[in-house]
Design a binder for this molecule. Structure first.
Ligand code: DC
Length: 221
């Protein structure tokens, strides 16, 4: 069984996807961290994200693995645990540029299809239900009000980076929504057969419970 969860930044996808995967005993693949990993590597190698061919080469040679962690699963890039560094807004912005690169998408989509090949997987991102697994058994598209999503992000990073204002985060989120929705290759659009869930007024527990109910009975392989 393949469960696809798509939606814009800050819609709660990864938190919800991880919880659902752990409750169903499924593998969880957070595809956003794969684009982030390529962006991080490019930054280390001082490659301009606009240099299409060099960035594509990074995607072709990088090794990305997911490992179970305590609270969140770990992202291991070329043997190094990069879980905390990948989540920064700087990497998020660079990832949005990298994600508009057609060759990068081809490489990462093929890897994602490979990772899901054996089934019983929850995969989240922007194009899972439309491009990566158009035949997924269940497709969800999570949305939430833009201000609410910015508020969630702000709350998340406030403890670590008290200098970052709500206004700044809101502005960055608007920019990222624009980039994700308007890029030429695989823009963020809901799959026609996806279930749209607006999480603005819902807490995580309610979202997870509703989705698990909609997924219904699960058979182990
Ligand atoms: O979900 P996230 O914020 O970690 O994603 C980082 C960037 O990667 C975001 O700008 C959109 C892009 N992305 C994508 O284009 N396709 C995916 N399947 C996942 C993420």
């Amino acid at each position: 069984m393949i469960i696809a969860i798509d939606g814009p930044a800050g819609s709660g996808k990864s938190t919800v996807a991880q919880l659902i995967a752990s409750r169903l005993n499924f593998k969880y693949i957070e595809t956003g961290s794969m684009y982030r990993a390529v962006a991080w590597k490019a930054l280390q190698a001082k490659i301009n994200p606009e240099e299409q061919e060099r960035i594509a080469e990074v995607a072709r040679t990088i090794s990305i693995e997911f490992q179970p962690g305590n609270e969140r699963q770990k992202v291991i890039v070329d043997g190094e645990d990069l879980t905390p560094v990948l989540k920064t807004e700087t990497i998020g912005r660079l990832a949005a540029v990298v994600a508009a690169n057609k060759a990068v998408r081809e490489v990462l989509v093929a890897q994602q299809q490979d990772m899901g090949r054996n089934g019983n997987v929850v995969m989240d991102g922007r194009d899972i239900g439309t491009v990566v697994f158009p035949d997924a058994d269940k497709k969800f598209f999570l949305v939430a009000d833009q201000k609410e999503r910015a508020q969630r992000r702000h709350q998340e990073i406030r403890a670590k980076s008290p200098e970052v204002t709500f206004e700044k985060i809101y502005e960055q989120l608007q920019q990222r929504d624009f980039e994700d929705e308007n890029r030429e290759v695989s823009p963020l659009v809901p799959a026609k057969d996806s279930i749209r869930l607006d999480t603005t007024q819902m807490n995580i527990e309610d979202v997870v419970a509703q989705m698990i109910e909609m997924i219904g009975p699960v058979h182990s392989p």
